[in-house]
Write a protein that binds this ligand. Structure first.
Ligand code: SDX
Length: 435
């Protein structure tokens, strides 16, 4: 499906008789877009949209968000149905290929991923170059980027088969790299992937098993992990996905593009928010301190944000936050954790914020990161690994969006313009005549 012309919009420059008519394009769902590609040529003006809040950077068939209604669709399927009925690997196939797999297609895809989970042995040594206390996201940036040094020679991104293998390598190896980054930080031996385990199970195995004793899968935790991966898999043109697309638009190696996405995800305003939520709750300490913290957030001079709240697109509940909150209760109950102070704090924080006009008027609701950290902590995942887990899941979305970009015949190198407000042209002044 591609966009269609649904109308037009005329732009007239006041004070001159210059005007132009721009086509309006419509897709399957969502707002129409004004196609401004000829605006500069016809009127000599750029558009200005810092943060790209109202700018469509591409045409995509992968994910759709309705921020006002709190809707999230992966290839048209509601996230609520996929979280309940699907698996991460099936969702990965759907995001990459556009349709849910048949039994045979799924079996082939599962085998393809399974057969690519091991790392080149020389990549193992790469970890030794990091300090033990390095943030695992720094290790992820480094080691995923280094994959470009191991697979660069035979990668023609215009060859569909080579794109398919690169996708398998990234989706399959990123969990291994993530788990080894954690093992390295705690000085435990690396656990090699096991081909007899499912994707989420294998990730938990590599994170938690030790060679000294057998490891037993906890189906509650692996099911919860699989659902968390589904919820984080893709999300339209967010900051890290746009980073991957911009890098991909230059024809860069896909491993380098995904490493760029990991770097962008790390920021606390984006994927780093799940780690920041736990830090925020720990600093608040107890429920009676919440009102004072909310007052601080509302004081602009404090520059304090309520982490895990707000979203560029969702001006209603993030549907993933709702599912995450339900999963949180399920996991804690199934783990026999009667009361989790952090969850109580988070729920009280949500209650207070959602009844406060500051948040209501700005349409600030819990986002995917507000509850995820609490589940992950209950599952024994260390806080510094939360964003790493987000990166493991989002690698599927990044690779799917990168593949769509490369396969889009209209794609061209991304190169935004600017409003220049620096000095006008001036002549050089020799040092002895300055000051
Ligand atoms: C993710 O884009 C995606 O899809 C991202 C993501 C994905 O799956 O890829 O969904 C994952 O990144 C989720 C967001 C995680 N980040 C956080 O939880 C960090 C806290 N949130 C904020 O930093 C903020 O809400 C953003 C960054 C998420 C969105 O920022 P915007 O769209 O630029 O919103 P804004 O800064 O313009 O906010 C509008 C107003 C401002 O106040 P005023 O200037 O109108 O007075 O709301 C305020 C902001 O100061 N505001 C907040 C707030 N978020 C916005 N005030 C307090 N706490 C907050 N969290």
């Amino acid at each position: 499906m591609s966009s269609k012309v649904t109308g037009s919009i005329t732009v007239t420059m006041e004070g001159s008789n210059k005007s132009t008519t721009l086509p309006l394009l419509g897709g399957t769902l969502g707002p129409q877009v004004a196609d401004i590609r000829k605006l500069y040529g016809e009127l000599g003006i750029f558009t200005y949209d810092p943060g790209y809040g109202a700018t469509a950077s591409c045409e995509s068939t992968i994910t759709y968000i309705d921020g006002d209604e709190g809707v999230l669709l992966y290839r048209g399927y509601p996230i609520e149905q996929l979280a309940e009925k699907s698996t991460f690997l099936e969702v990965a196939y759907l995001l990459l290929n556009g349709e849910l797999p048949t039994k045979a297609q799924y079996a082939e895809f599962d085998t393809g991923v399974t057969r690519h989970t091991m790392l080149h042995e020389q990549l193992r040594r790469f970890f030794d170059g990091f300090r033990r206390d390095a943030h695992p996201m720094a290790v992820m940036c480094g080691v995923v980027g280094a994959m470009a040094a191991f697979y660069h020679d035979n990668l023609n991104i215009n060859d569909p088969e080579q794109r398919r293998i690169a996708a398998f390598r990234l989706i399959a190896k990123v969990p291994t790299i993530a788990a080894w980054a954690y093992k390295y930080s705690i000085g435990q031996p690396f656990m090699y992937p096991r081909n007899d385990l499912g994707y989420a199970e294998n990730f938990l195995y590599m994170l938690n098993a030790v060679p000294a004793e057998p490891w037993v899968n906890n189906p509650i935790l692996s099911r919860a992990m699989d659902r968390i991966l589904i919820l984080h898999a893709d999300h339209e043109q967010n900051a890290s996905t746009s980073t991957v697309r911009l890098a991909g638009s230059t024809g860069a190696n896909p491993f380098a593009c995904i490493a760029a996405g990991i770097a962008a995800l790390w920021g606390p305003a984006h994927g780093g928010a799940n780690e920041a939520v736990l830090k925020m709750l720990a600093e608040i300490g107890k429920p009676e301190n919440i009102p004072a913290f909310i007052r601080e957030v509302k004081d602009k001079n404090s520059h304090t944000k309520l982490m895990g709240f707000g979203h560029r697109v969702y001006k209603n509940f993030d549907p993933r936050a709702k599912i995450m909150k339900e999963t949180c209760h399920e996991v804690l109950a199934e783990l026999g954790i009667k009361n989790e102070p952090l969850l109580d704090m988070a729920m009280e924080m949500e209650r207070i914020a959602l009844s406060d006009d500051y948040f209501i008027s700005r349409k600030l609701y819990p986002n995917v990161d507000f509850y995820s950290g609490i589940i992950l902590k209950a599952m024994g995942i260390p806080t510094q690994m939360f964003t790493v887990l987000f990166a493991v899941a989002r690698t599927v979305g990044w690779v799917s969006q990168w593949k769509e970009l490369i396969e889009d015949p209209s794609q061209r190198i991304g190169r935004p313009r600017q409003i220049y407000t620096g000095p006008a042209a001036r002549d050089f002044v020799p040092m002895d005549r300055r000051g």
